[in-house]
Design a binder for this molecule. Sequence first.
Ligand code: SF4
Ligand code: SF4
Length: 442
Amino acid sequence: MALTTFSGGIHPPENKRQSEGKAFSNLSVPQLCYIPLQQHIGKPARPIVEAGEIVHEGQLIGLADGYISANVHASVPGKVVGISEHPTVYSKRGMCVVIEAQGSFSTSGKPLEPSAWESMSGLELLNRVAEAGVVGLGGAAFPTQVKLHPPGNRPIEALIINGAECEPYLTVDDMLMQTFPGEVIEGVRMALKILGITTAFIGVEDNKPRAIAALKKKLAEIRPSENIRVSTLKTKFPQGAEKQLIYSLTRREVPSGGLPMDAATIVQNVGTIFAIREAVALGKPLFERYVTVTGPCVKNPGNYKVRLGSRVSDVIEECGGLVAEPAKIIMGGPMCGTALDNMDIPVVKGTSGILVLGREEARSLDYLPCIRCGRCVTVCPAGLVPSDMVNAIEKGRLDLAEQSHPFDCIMCGSCAYVCPSRRPLNHFIKLAQEKLRRRQKE
Ligand code: SF4
Ligand code: SF4
């Protein structure tokens, strides 16, 4: 039977073998945690602790500031030694609460009593998600309480769960579905209850047969009253992008410039679903997450539970350190992740992976002029003409670039991947988007 998919896209080398199948293990608590107040799209959280204060694990230290914002919690017990600027993945000078670990752990390692969430209302569940500071863990980091509360005039018919994990190298979602299929399904049921609907599709690429089998087995055991389906997707990049995933699973199209709710759907990453379950069932704030740490320069690649605010340098050290000089360190996957210029950058809620590449794997940053081969056009899943758009951007013709629909770009990086001239097309488009947004605000 043909597997469900979308048109366009690419199939880069998967490179998942290094961490695939490696069971989760906990990294030690770092001595110093740099917890950014901005780990989400929207306004940074407002600090509510002061230097010198003693905090406990999971304590609220940053309060969501406005509708699109998210709470931030202490990931370790200890002393706040400063609230200061520090480089983060989002900003060269992001405000961070710096905590020196000390004292006892109140939450981690101790079994928490699950609550009787089924007797609670959808609104009560939503409030728990907001209190716990849950945001999109797939990388987008959009506050989950906002996404799960669409405007009343926008009916939602289906919840789409992104278990595709189409980025090369990353295996954390695969391992999450294999290890915690019951928790994932319970999280899906909670999200359905919040949305007041009963239909969900969990989309998983066919290169994750163990995750698919684990979810299907658990569904058969639980036999939930909701209509939850596990669908096998063709392994192709960017199968996990929202518009492509919605199309693959439902054949509904999100219009240009539109949102998933325009196709009566809401998309959540499988990691976010797991965090929803921890927030609702256990009352656990989001202060740690699972991360794939991999690449040929890391001694012990694998899947690890990491405290938010741990510096990349500490994480790599905990994974056995470096075995070769890295040429490139990426937070996230190689296609959509962010290259880091500094190993002091802390892990945040949206960090799905830390990828440490050597010279061979890191592509050259030099690029050549466009040779009009058209490959970028063929693979673009958004139906754009990246070459023309970027040629206009390079000439400073933002007006022309704007006519090519830059805001429909999902930043998948497929165009740059296939470009024989190694042109960083998606980065140009991102810059153009930022300039256009600034211009719209002026
Ligand atoms: S233009 Fe955007 S959506 Fe199209 S392939 Fe490039 S990065 Fe992906
Ligand atoms: S793939 Fe690269 S060289 Fe080919 S048309 Fe697109 S930008 Fe130009």
